[in-house]
Design a binder for this molecule. Structure first.
Ligand SMILES: [Zn+2]
Length: 487
């Protein structure tokens, strides 16, 4: 007898989806709504709840406070019987402003999703998008790294030697109703959604636009739930553009369309594989006192480098332009220089030489000022984490790592801002083809750069807005690999 399992015999998963607008309309103008979104999935014995919030982080910074995760989970347990370890909540990391009572809205969205559970067929796949983002860490010729932020200036172009890697993969899980209509799309991608919109209003940024494009182009009522990936070192493309209004809309539309391309290639099947593992990992914290002292010394050195010149900004700008426009004859028409030559005078040439020297000195002061702003911004981050560590009285921090399988879709989550090399390591070492990694999940522990990136401590946000010691990376990646093996 051939295998003859009929569709009716094959066990399937059930799923329900819901979203609730959590935009704080009292906080100022709104460009597009921010949501809490839920996809609940269950088999015979297990209900898992995936939640995404259009917010900067699950605790620590922004509107979501540290009691959100435990309180929300406790309520889901007491009101719906869902164990805390089966609840996963990811922040899209957009910098929009949400309502303060986010716990109530989350619980309400979960209840709504659970009340609409329906049998589903599922499928997973990968898409690709490489046009909307860039690695924000620049490798400099002096061996240091610097990141692309609005908080400070970039160094002169000629000091930049190279750029870091990006991961263009979009992880996609498609959930279809039994009649073939799409119920939900879960997608994972790595990029800081911080491009903003030209009018400066509240926005879910790239993710808001991407999800809207996906929802508008599939069956009526489809929910697109985004899981932010390893975006720690990934910025939107043209993040520092000052010649065009910066807008998340074209970037989000491209991400949405690339996700749809992958969605359409996925064939959904009955599949009842659902598993979730949950582990607390204790990671080492860094003592940053020496690094802070080093930066204090560097600050004194830079301040000592500032030299007085005869110029101010007004005279510097006009001289700078004239010397760029006509390096040979900056101060007057060429005939006057020729006339000087005939008369065996060098008055104009002498003036130009003095001015060139003054312009150079003024420019050096500008570059020193830019270095100082970078140093101060990054040292402030180091000081904040050093104070927090001293206040906590602990040299370790506990984080929650989860591993999830829904059919072929495999997800590993972590609370920090993982950088792209970490994500690619975990994917590369996973025994499962369709493995994706989500940072910003079930808590927030700031940036988590690689050991190599950490050598640049104090030089860029990712290595400064960080409380971990370098040993964290191996510990986490080993745990991640073990958990993925168990799925
Ligand atoms: Zn960030």
């Amino acid at each position: 007898m051939p295998n003859s399992v009929s569709a009716a015999d094959a066990s399937t998963l059930s799923a329900g989806a819901a979203k609730i607008d959590i935009t704080d309309y009292s906080a100022g103008p709104v460009n597009d709504p921010l949501y809490v979104k839920v996809v609940a999935i269950k088999d015979d014995s297990l209900t898992t709840v995936l939640i995404s919030v259009d917010a900067v982080a699950i605790g620590e910074i922004g509107r979501i406070k540290n009691d959100y995760l435990p309180t929300m989970r406790k309520r889901l347990e007491s009101e719906l019987g869902i164990p805390p370890s089966h609840v996963l909540v990811n922040a899209s990391h957009c910098h929009g402003v949400i309502l303060p009572d986010i716990t109530d809205h989350t619980v309400r969205a979960v209840k709504e999703a659970i009340s609409h559970m329906t049998p589903v067929r599922i499928g997973a796949g990968s898409g690709s998008e490489n046009r909307i983002m860039e690695n924000r860490r620049l490798k400099l010729k002096n061996g240091q790294e610097i990141d692309v932020r609005h908080a400070y200036s970039l160094p002169p172009d000629e000091e930049v030697a190279g750029v870091g890697a990006t991961d263009p993969e979009i992880g996609v899980l498609r959930l279809d109703r039994e009649n073939g209509e799409t119920l939900a799309v879960i997608y994972n991608f790595a990029c800081h959604p911080i491009q903003g919109v030209p009018n400066g209003a509240n926005t879910a940024d790239i993710i808001g636009y991407a999800s809207q494009v996906i929802e508008d182009n599939l069956s009526e009522g489809t929910l697109a739930l985004f899981l932010q990936g390893c975006a720690g070192d990934i910025n939107p493309a043209y993040y520092k553009d000052v010649d065009h209004p910066r807008s998340a809309e074209p970037l989000g539309n491209l991400l949405g369309l690339s996700t749809l391309k992958a969605v359409r290639q996925i064939e959904c099947k009955p599949d009842n594989r659902l598993a979730m593992l949950n582990q607390t990992l204790t990671l080492p914290r860094s003592d940053l006192a020496d690094k802070i002292a080093e930066l204090d010394a560097e600050e004194r050195r830079l301040l000592g480098n500032l030299q007085g010149t005869t110029l101010n900004f007004k005279t510097f700008m006009s001289l700078m332009l004239k010397h760029k426009l006509s390096p040979e004859f900056p101060s007057y028409y060429s005939h006057r220089y020729l006339y000087d030559e005939v008369q065996e005078r060098s008055d104009l040439r002498s003036l130009d030489a003095q001015n060139r020297k003054a312009v150079q000195a003024y420019l050096q002061n500008v570059f020193t000022m830019e270095k100082l702003t970078r140093l101060q911004a990054n040292r402030a981050l180091l000081r904040k984490h050093q104070t927090n560590m001293v206040d906590s009285g602990k040299r370790t921090i506990d984080v929650e790592v989860t591993a999830l399988r829904i059919g072929d879709f495999v997800l590993l989550t972590f609370p920090g801002e993982l950088t792209s090399p970490v994500g690619m390591n975990i994917k590369g070492n996973s025994p499962h083809d369709l493995t994706y990694v989500a940072g910003y999940t079930n808590g927030y522990i700031y940036y988590c750069p690689t050991v190599e990136q950490m050598q640049n401590r104090g030089g860029a946000q990712e290595d400064s807005d960080c409380l971990l010691a370098p040993e964290w990376q191996e510990k986490f990646e080993t745990t991640a690999a073990e958990m993925l093996k168990q799925l």
